[in-house]
Design a protein around this ligand. Structure first.
Ligand code: DAT
Ligand code: MG
Length: 148
């Protein structure tokens, strides 16, 4: 089953949005297979955002993502990578549709509430950066028979 890496960013942890965000993916029918509240080191932040290292906002981005606790998660489900990106909304909350997470809660691009992997390759890379294999669970849910 496809997996993606999602992370509630420090702004949204401070704003008590962890539960709301987790609820959306639970209600959708995706399965949570790993989660932890953690403080990201500078080294991990630079690896996670390596594709942006030459962008003018890279320093600010690393400073923000390391500024306080984040809630890191792995979710599983059919087409979860693409669907989670749609549920998050556009990168800039001012372009994000109402009903999406960024559209409902974000105002500016620097504090856009949530991260989500954008491809199978980035999902595999990001999951292995943030989680050990023992931290990812496999379990059955009777409700899956009503989702699939
Ligand atoms: P996404 O998080 O939607 O995958 P991205 O990978 O292009 O977006 O950028 C990573 C993060 O960097 C994004 O969530 C917020 C920040 N960011 C992107 N563009 C920015 C900009 N022009 N100014 C400041 N921060 C920006
Ligand atoms: Mg991205």
């Amino acid at each position: 089953m496809e997996k993606t890496f999602l992370m509630v960013k420090p702004d949204a942890v401070q704003r008590h949005l962890i539960g709301n965000i987790v609820s959306r993916f639970e209600a959708k029918g995706f399965r949570l297979v790993g989660a932890k509240l953690m403080k990201i080191s500078n080294e991990l932040a630079e690896k996670h955002y390596a594709e942006h290292k030459d962008r003018p906002f890279f320093g600010e981005l690393v400073e923000f993502i390391t500024s306080g606790p984040v809630f890191a998660m792995v979710w599983e489900g059919e087409n979860v990578i693409k669907t989670a990106r749609q549920m998050m909304g556009s990168t800039n909350p001012s372009d994000a549709a109402p009903g999406t997470i960024r559209g409902d809660y974000g105002v500016v691009v620097r504090k856009n509430i949530i991260h989500g992997s954008d491809s199978e390759e980035s999902a595999a890379r990001e999951i292995s950066l943030f989680f050990n294999e023992e931290e990812l669970l496999q379990y059955d849910r009777p409700v899956d028979g009503s989702i699939y």
